[in-house]
Design a protein. Structure first.
Length: 221
């Protein structure tokens, strides 16, 4: 699957999961609550309370976001034996401020964590592949078809016409099947002893995942 801003994800069959955009929906409300902080006198109880109200709004959004990522990841892992996705460096992408809010809102980071958690739990394979050329390459003939971010359709001279994200998702699946990625889950028992250590390490990370507090990562408005 290909994660995105237009859709939460698009899979290699062309199905899409809509993006909930919790933050965008709550944005005007949250901005209003934020403005109220600065109308109160510095150091006053009212100012402190306004701050509490503001952080509660944020907490609610990050919880909604996490619940959504968890629910979708669970469904994906239940109905597929192999789940492939790009090994994206979300923290680097968050530095690009024009896209930052949307990316954070799409909660890719949590989604990936949950995918790996449920793949492990259900005995499915989760594979992260290098993201290079997944959107530019034609999934049918492997020709490179250059397109900017605003080009939403992949049109190749080999007569392959697909939504850009569907084309990317197929490429991601191909890469995973040819084992271009690193296996994130050894649930099928194919991996070596080094991976067992990785699995154990990950298990402790998932325990942390249940705590909602650190999950609003990288979000600032
Ligand atoms: Zn082609």
């Amino acid at each position: 699957m290909d994660v995105g801003i237009e859709s939460f994800y698009t899979d290699s069959n062309g199905s899409t999961e809509p993006n909930p955009r919790f933050l965008r929906k709550a944005e005007s409300d949250i901005k209003q609550v934020q403005r109220r902080i600065y109308k109160k006198k510095k150091g006053s109880t009212r100012r402190r309370l306004a701050r509490v109200r503001y952080s509660r709004k944020h907490l609610r959004i990050s919880r909604q976001r996490n619940e959504h990522a968890k629910r979708v990841a669970r469904n994906v892992c239940k109905s597929n034996d192999l789940v492939a996705y790009e090994d994206l460096r979300v923290s680097n992408m968050l530095k690009n401020h024009t896209l930052a809010k949307s990316i954070a809102d799409a909660s890719w980071y949590q989604f990936r964590q949950w995918i790996e958690y449920f793949a492990n739990k259900f005995g499915k394979e989760a594979v992260a592949v290098p993201p290079q050329y997944t959107s530019q390459e034609c999934s049918q003939c492997k020709r490179v078809v250059k397109k900017s971010l605003s080009t939403r359709t992949h049109i190749c001279q080999c007569a392959c016409t697909l939504h850009r994200d569907t084309n990317a998702a197929i490429n991601i699946l191909h890469k995973a099947k040819s084992r271009g990625g690193h296996p994130q889950s050894n649930a099928k028992g194919v991996a070596t002893s080094t991976l067992v250590g990785v699995t154990q390490k990950r298990a402790s990370r998932y325990d942390e995942l249940r705590i909602p507090a650190p999950l609003g990562r990288g979000v600032s408005i």
